[in-house]
Ligand binder design. Structure first.
Ligand code: A3P
Length: 292
């Protein structure tokens, strides 16, 4: 069963949710002017983007930490490509923080200046696939596919938003020397979020006190993000979800794929991704109990 064109649009070989992008605007991104002190968060969908947005937002904005400024993380670390409201990013004050799911080949060419900091967060693809399957049910922007087997085949064929997970991570990894980039994994964040925040701060040249780091750890927890209207999209953009079918902040764990995939599905998944994944310079973690 092919994906429905009602929900997805292909732009230069990359799939987006149809109602979230404007092709002419995407055309303009190649020449989008990059500043040295911009910070870009790059992820494949369902890899912990919003969690990382929250961490970045908390690192940079005291008003986000102490709750004195009532801006959502979407306003704080907006999507470069999903600018359907035509928000003025050009005149935004520095340092500008951006989020993107774009593959390396579609980001503004100025991002290859070797100075602007880019943070790529990767997650093991089985959990990504399962998370995207559930998200496709709750998000009104995506086609709901009831049969997980059909969904998984689409994922493996790259016929989902974000296109091929392998192409995305391989592309960014192979071109790492073109960018000033830090690679992190969802799993290392999950296992030791404090250390991951310190890594991010170190990369960004941010020196924060232990107390502030503790505060970031606390406010970036799943439990606190769930109840905060600035960080839970179920609350700040409820019209985008069918909340009877689930929540954006779902399980937030490592190895949830084991509850969904049959042994045969898992083996089929391995068969498609294993060879290319082994060539990637990252260590993936597939279960919460695994050492990392
Ligand atoms: P699950 O569906 O596996 O629970 P993204 O923001 O890239 O769309 O990723 C969403 C995934 O990140 C969801 O995974 C979500 O639950 C998880 N997530 C969001 N906030 C998190 C947090 N604070 N800690 C751990 N996982 C989080």
């Amino acid at each position: 069963m092919e994906p429905s064109e009602k929900y997805m649009i292909e732009y230069k070989g990359f799939y987006f949710a149809r109602d979230t992008v404007i092709p002419e605007y995407l055309d303009s991104l190649e020449d989008f002017e990059i500043r040295d002190n911009d910070v870009f968060l790059v992820t494949y969908p369902k890899s912990g983007t919003m969690w990382s947005q929250q961490i970045l937002s908390l690192i940079y904005h005291e008003g986000h930490r102490d709750g004195t400024e009532n801006l959502t993380i979407m306003d704080r670390v907006p999507w470069l490509e999903h600018n359907i409201d035509n928000t003025d990013y050009v005149n935004r004050t520095s340092p500008r923080l951006f989020t993107t799911h774009l593959p390396y080949r579609l980001v503004p060419k100025g991002l290859r200046n070797g100075r602007t900091k880019v943070i790529y967060v990767a997650r093991n693809p089985k959990d990504v696939c399962v998370s995207l399957y559930h998200y496709s049910k709750t998000s009104v922007l995506l086609e709901e596919v009831e049969d997980f087997n059909i969904f998984m085949e689409r994922f493996l064929a790259g016929k989902v938003i974000g296109s091929s997970w392998l192409d995305h991570i391989e592309g960014w990894s192979a071109h790492r020397d073109d960018f000033n980039i830090l690679f992190l994994t969802y799993e290392e964040m999950k296992k030791d979020v404090r250390n991951s925040i310190l890594k991010i701060c170190n990369f960004l040249g941010k020196r924060l006190t232990d107390k502030v780091i503790d505060d970031i750890v606390d406010k970036a927890s799943m439990a606190n993000m769930r109840v905060d209207p600035r960080t839970n999209p179920d609350i700040f953009v409820p019209t985008l979800f069918d909340l009877s079918k689930g929540s954006f902040l779902r399980k937030g764990t490592i190895g949830d794929w084991k509850d969904m995939m049959t042994v045969a599905q898992s083996e089929r998944f391995d068969c498609v991704v294993k060879e290319r994944m082994e060539k990637l310079p990252f260590k993936f973690c597939w279960d919460i109990k695994d050492d990392f």
